[in-house]
Structure formats: C-alpha cells, structure tokens
Design a protein around this ligand. Structure first.
Ligand SMILES: C[S@@+](CC[C@H](N)C(=O)[O-])C[C@H]1O[C@@H](n2cnc3c(N)ncnc32)[C@H](O)[C@@H]1O
Length: 441
C-alpha cells in the first residue's frame, strides 16, 4: 500500500502554505457544504478551511478550489478578528487531522449549519418548502466503527486518520469522536503493527466495537507469514479482541485469523453476527435515530421491501410489524441476516440494485418501501419507484446531494415529500444523514 511519509513533527495548526502565491485579508460570510468558510475575493468565492462566519482572517490564496474552477482555495494564516460563532476545539489534533472539519464552531451554529446543508440541497431541486424535523444529535465518544490508516517507518508506527487534503497521517494521541473502547486499542495496535508490517509498509485497520468485543480487519498487508499470524492471534488474546481478520487488498475477501468470542449487533433485540467489515451504522445513537424515523413514518404496511438492507438495521424492526423482503448486494451480510432471522416474517434476495432495480411490477406487491443506498444514491431504483404505485416510500441517505436527486425523481413521478429528518451521525464532519418520507396522494 503506497502511502507518503508522515511528518516527523506535529503539523502547524493553521496550515502553513506550501504553494502560496499571494496573501489577502478577507471576512468569512458563510460555511460551505464541505465545511470550509467562504469569503469573497477578486469577484470569486474563496474557500478558507477552519473559519466561521464573521472571522476576519489573513490568508494565503492558492489554487482553484476544484477542477471546474469554481472559486479559489486559501490557507488560513492568522485570525485577525474572530467571528461570534467560534469555539475552542475539543481535540488537540483539530486543524491537521482530516477526521473532523468543524470542531471550531459553536454548537448551536454547528447544528444550524448541518440543518442548512439539508435545506440547501432540497432547495436546489425545488423542494425547499419540505418541513424538516429537528436535528437528531450524536454525542462525542459514540462512534463504534473507525477505519484507521497505519504506516511503519523504522521503529515507529503512525496510526490514525489522514490529514486534511493530504495522505499524510495524523498519529492519534486522542480522539473525542471514538468510543473509549475503540480508542484504547490505538496504542496496542501500534505495537502489533510494528511486528507485522515491513519497514515502509502500511495497512488500514477497520475496527468495530460490537456486543462481545472488538472486531478488527487488517486491510493491506499483501501477505502474512506464519509468525505474523501468530502475533495476531496473541494480540487477540492479550487485548481481548473478539475477532481478527485479514484482507490482502481492498477488493479481496477477508480471512478470519482468530475468532475468540461470539460477536453480535442487535436490531430490535435480535442479535446478528456481522461478517468481517460488513456495513454498520457508525453509531448506535445514529442508528436509533434513523430507525425511529423509519418506524414513525412507515405507516401500517402489511408487506415492506427494505432495499440496500445490509445486515437488517431496518428489516429486523420492520419484520416485527409486517412481512419484509430484504434486498441487498452483499452476500455475506444477507447470510448473516438470514441466519439470525429465525421466526421473523423475513425473506431475502441478493441483487445488484444499481444494475437491476426492483421493477414497478415487482414493487406492486408491497405497500411500503424503505431504501438506504450508499453515497452514490439509488438513481435507477428511484426511477422504478417513480413508475410504481407503492403508497409509501421512506428513503434513508448519507448524502443529501444524491438523496435530493432521487427525491426529485420520486416527486416527478407523483410522490409528495411530506417531511425530512436530518440526523447528525458523523459528529464534527461535513456529513449529514437524512430520512425522507414520500407518499402517493
Ligand atoms: C448505507 S448501507 C445501508 C445498509 C443498511 N440499510 C443499514 O442501515 O445498516 C448501503 C448498503 O447497500 C449495499 N449496496 C451497495 N451497493 C449495492 C448495490 N449495487 N446493490 C445492492 N446493494 C448494494 C451495501 O452492501 C450496504 O449494505
């Protein structure tokens, strides 16, 4: 795994310019969709990371902000006068670590900004009048799943998240976002990887805190010799890690190296054992908010289709009140759901919903549909739903841009979007999740 060298000293908090062409003094007026402050400069938008509205700042103006040439990017050099919405970041890595974008924003302004992301995305497709529920919040120290990057150089292992706009690593000394049990593994993992990785080698570590313990997947060491496998097994014993798997590369399948204890995640009280690396909502709190919104709005259907069902986050609670057909592309996730389902009224189907969405004819047997696609959204499935007669559709999404694109398709097909629930599952990031409720009048 190719990874540029990490810094051997802490990165500067304000991001010294590497390719500065000129400096300027500007006032930030808003925060954009990626979490950067926006000021006006030379009749163009100037994106300044780590700023809030009202900040008067000195910046180094750099390159075009994106390939389309919409605006310019700048590095923050100095805050001349802070805006009213500034707050002290809770983490010492903030500013360099790419894991968080908005710790420097006062909480009420931060929450309003997240809601504004959803409002803005809706307005861009002509759905700006849609009523919004209050933002569901996720507290600090709640993230139960993280993907760390690691790099070994000599006798040292860097382990953490990539720096902002960079492939360099922030070597984590703290992380207020992660559950404490997950963060406690960071230092022992450095010790493990020191003995497993070759000099100059790197890997990613997907760590998930489940019922029963921590589930680890090492992604990236091309090969593991016998000694390395034995070290992984010993690490599992010493650190009470419930399962360790290894995956040679991103697309490979994961091979279990040690499985010491049963692992599960419970949906509506039903324990499901996730296969290594399977998708899981990033926090129990975020998951609870999404499930509550789905259950509150699905109505009283007899037959529900749960599309992009994963391990059954929605399918299982829905199956306690209706017959559910869960459709998902990932075979191991579906197998885990099937194994757990027992007496639930649940059927499953493995299917690529991008290539082969449920047709209007197939959809006719359902009186409600839930769909929760990856960030790319569900363009083809939304098109098929738009041509269907399903009375209620509840869409869950981690990407307001693709959600609103698909919402527009449904509305153009005759659905009314009655309300949207914003959920802040990815604390201090520029991400926001939504649940949208569509009905045929
Ligand atoms: C955002 S996750 C949601 C999973 C589940 N609803 C949950 O909340 O845990 C998206 C799911 O879509 C699945 N997926 C991705 N691409 C797919 C495709 N083309 N066809 C079917 N499923 C797909 C992924 O495996 C993943 O389980």
């Amino acid at each position: 795994m190719k990874r540029p060298a990490p810094k051997h000293r802490p990165s500067p908090r304000s991001g010294e310019p590497r390719t500065a062409t000129r400096t300027a003094e500007v006032t930030v007026t808003e925060v954009g969709a990626r979490g950067d402050g926006i000021a006006s400069f030379d009749d163009a938008k100037l994106f300044v990371p780590l700023t809030v509205p009202g900040d008067r700042v000195r910046v180094a103006v750099k390159e075009a902000a994106n390939a389309k040439g919409d605006g310019l990017r700048a590095d923050l050099l100095e805050i001349l006068e802070p805006g009213p919405g500034r707050a002290a970041p809770p983490c010492s890595h903030f500013g360099t670590c790419g894991g968080c974008t908005l710790q420097h924003m006062e909480d009420a302004a931060y929450a309003a900004w997240k809601v504004g992301l959803v409002q803005g995305a809706l307005a861009r497709v002509g759905l700006g009048d849609t009523p919004l529920e209050p933002l569901s919040r996720t507290p600090p120290a709640a993230r139960r799943r993280a993907r760390f990057a690691a790099l070994k150089r000599g006798r040292r292992v860097w382990l953490g998240f990539n720096e902002r706009m960079s492939h360099r690593l922030t070597d984590l000394a703290e992380c207020p976002v992660l559950r404490p049990g997950l963060f406690a593994l960071v230092e022992p993992l450095r010790g493990l990887l020191l003995s497993v990785l070759p000099d100059g080698g790197g890997c990613d570590v997907i760590a998930t805190e489940l019922e029963g313990g921590i589930d680890l997947v090492l992604v990236g060491p091309r090969s593991l010799d016998r000694a390395a496998r034995e070290r992984l097994v010993a690490f599992g014993e010493a650190e009470r890690v419930a399962r360790i798997s290894w995956q040679a590369d991103e697309r490979g399948t994961s091979e279990p190296i040690a499985h010491r204890r049963p692992l599960a995640v419970s949906f509506a009280g039903l324990p499901v054992t996730p296969p290594p690396g399977a998708f899981l909502q990033a926090s129990a709190e975020g998951e609870a908010a999404l499930v509550a919104a789905v259950l509150a709005t699905i109505g009283e259907p007899k037959r529900v289709a749960d599309l992009f069902a994963g391990l059954g986050t929605f399918a299982v609670p829905l199956a306690q009140r209706a017959a559910v057909h869960a459709v998902e592309g990932d075979a191991p996730a579906l197998a885990a759901l099937n194994k757990a389902a027992g007496s639930l009224r649940l059927t499953t189907e493995r299917r690529d919903l991008f290539e082969s969405p449920l047709t209007a004819k197939e959809l006719a047997r359902f009186d409600a549909v839930v769909f929760d696609p990856p960030r790319a959204g569900a363009a083809a499935q939304a098109q098929a739903l738009a041509g269907s007669k399903v009375p209620r559709v509840v869409a869950v999404s981690c990407n307001p841009a693709t959600f609103t694109r698909d919402a527009r398709t449904l509305v153009d097909g005759g659905y009314a979007l009655s309300r949207v629930y914003p959920v802040d599952q990815f604390l201090w990031s520029a991400h926001v999740e939504v649940v949208g409720v569509f009905s045929r009048p």
